[in-house]
Design a protein around this ligand. Structure first.
Ligand SMILES: C[S@@+](CC[C@H](N)C(=O)[O-])C[C@H]1O[C@@H](n2cnc3c(N)ncnc32)[C@H](O)[C@@H]1O
Length: 418
């Protein structure tokens, strides 16, 4: 397991940024290649704020088909799409770590994908960006995409934007690595998913920042489970993967964790990642906890401009994710089992006076592990380098009162740092 994919995680290629900017200009009726004027930037910032309110503090005021408004769509493309697009990379890279998962390398050169609540095709754009940069593939790859949403304008964008990106990458890439792209769209309501999908099956199903929109309150977590289970049972290939991404807000992230626990209790799916255990989620024990990814990225210049004007801060890619499978394969299968304990790092490293601490999740549940500065040794030096989202192997954990620690003899090894 290595970290060669880091630039892929954190940088939006120019080809993608250019495509998004071009579409933002079109929606704002700005001539091609002209810079956005002060009045355009002002309107974009205003609509970015409106959208952000609809996603956070004014959810109840959000119109049902909010992205049908070109001004809101332009703001979505400018501010939300670039970071959301990159969020698929980690989960897809983790799927590729498993030698028995052949989603992108051996699907007969044809990959079929369903993107539910697709918006302007964000996750699919992320997938195309990911596939375009895959070096392991042999032979050309064709993508058969079905984009589903309840808003026609989203379906129009989800049809247009992936085609444009696919064509741009096809022209640029050697040996025609990206062969054919087929895009179909279906207008449907996620809460009645089967009515639109006619029993078709896919290798990969993505629900990115969409399931939360049908779960107004925690009592509707069952509805989320039913949606995911129906998609998995009726529309996912036996060896397919299901990727769910949600914002890293406490409420949406906790709903995703509740869906995770309920799906595991129902017994028909397993969590491939990020969890390396199939037990109940420890973050749900304390109502203040949740679980999310978070790392810096190279913000686009338009996002920096919007941050300046709105007072927002998008310098981190923050999200919660869940990869589910029904063939029982998990990331846990390929972790070393040589006497150490494996954990997912679920917090940033806390640097305190004389001690460093971090929250970890593994067979012991969710624990806080500390190491005193005076116990720094060659064996545990990597404790200082671990970051949220890494997978680590730890040896020599001991209990001192309420506290779990490692000392000089204890060891820490980062085994995956995507
Ligand atoms: C926040 S956007 C996410 C779009 C995209 N997946 C992304 O990650 O950028 C939520 C999407 O879910 C769609 N949506 C909301 N409720 C829906 C429903 N009941 N049925 C189908 N789509 C729905 C919205 O139209 C919107 O496109």
């Amino acid at each position: 397991m290595n970290d060669s994919t880091k630039p892929l995680m954190t940088t939006l290629p120019e080809i993608v940024d250019d495509l998004i900017l071009e579409r933002v200009r079109q929606l704002l009726e700005v001539p091609a290649n002209s810079p956005l004027k002060e009045s355009d930037l002002k309107k974009l910032a205003l609509n970015t704020k409106r959208l952000s309110d609809y996603f956070t503090k004014k959810v109840e005021e959000r119109p049902e088909f909010y992205l049908k408004d070109d001004r809101l769509m332009a703001a979505y493309l400018a501010y939300f799409l670039p970071s959301n697009l990159l969020k698929v990379n980690k989960a897809l890279s983790e799927l590729m770590l498993h030698p028995a998962v052949d989603q992108f390398t051996d699907c007969g050169g044809k990959l079929s994908v369903l993107d539910v609540g697709c918006g302007p095709g964000t996750a699919t754009l992320g997938l195309i960006n990911f596939l375009a940069q895959l070096e392991q593939r042999e032979g050309p790859l064709s993508l058969n995409l079905m984009a589903a949403d309840n808003t026609q304008q989203c379906l129009d964008e989800a049809s247009l934007m992936p085609r444009r990106l696919w064509n741009a990458y096809s022209e640029k890439l050697p040996e025609n690595r990206l062969a054919d792209l087929t895009v179909r769209t279906v207008k449907l309501d996620m809460s009645k998913i089967n009515e639109g999908l006619c029993g078709e099956r896919f290798d990969l199903i993505i629900l990115a920042n969409s399931i939360g929109e049908i779960l107004a309150d925690n009592s509707r977590v069952d509805m989320g489970c039913d949606l995911v289970e129906t998609l998995m049972e009726d529309h996912l290939e036996a060896r397919g993967g299901m990727l769910i991404i949600e914002p890293a807000l406490r409420d949406s992230s906790r709903k995703l964790l509740m869906i995770r626990d309920e799906l595991l209790a129902r017994g028909r799916s397993s969590v491939y990642s990020p969890c390396i255990i199939q037990d109940k989620c420890g973050a749900l024990d304390n109502p203040k906890d949740w679980c999310h990814e978070g790392y810096g990225w190279a913000m686009t210049s338009l996002i920096k401009e919007m941050d300046k004007r709105t007072g927002f801060n998008k310098s981190q890619l923050k999200y919660s994710y869940l990869v589910l499978r029904k063939d029982g394969m998990t990331l846990q299968d390929i972790l070393p089992a040589d006497g150490g304990e494996n954990f997912r790092v679920v917090s940033d490293l806390l640097i305190m006076k004389g001690e460093r601490k971090v929250f970890l999740c593994g067979q012991r549940g969710r624990i806080q592990l500390g190491r005193l500065d005076r116990d720094l040794s060659d064996a545990n030096r990597q404790f200082d380098e671990i970051r949220r989202g890494d997978i680590v192997e730890v040896k020599g954990i001991y209990q001192k009162g309420e506290v779990l620690r490692i000392d000089k003899e204890g060891s820490v090894r980062v085994i995956s740092s995507l």
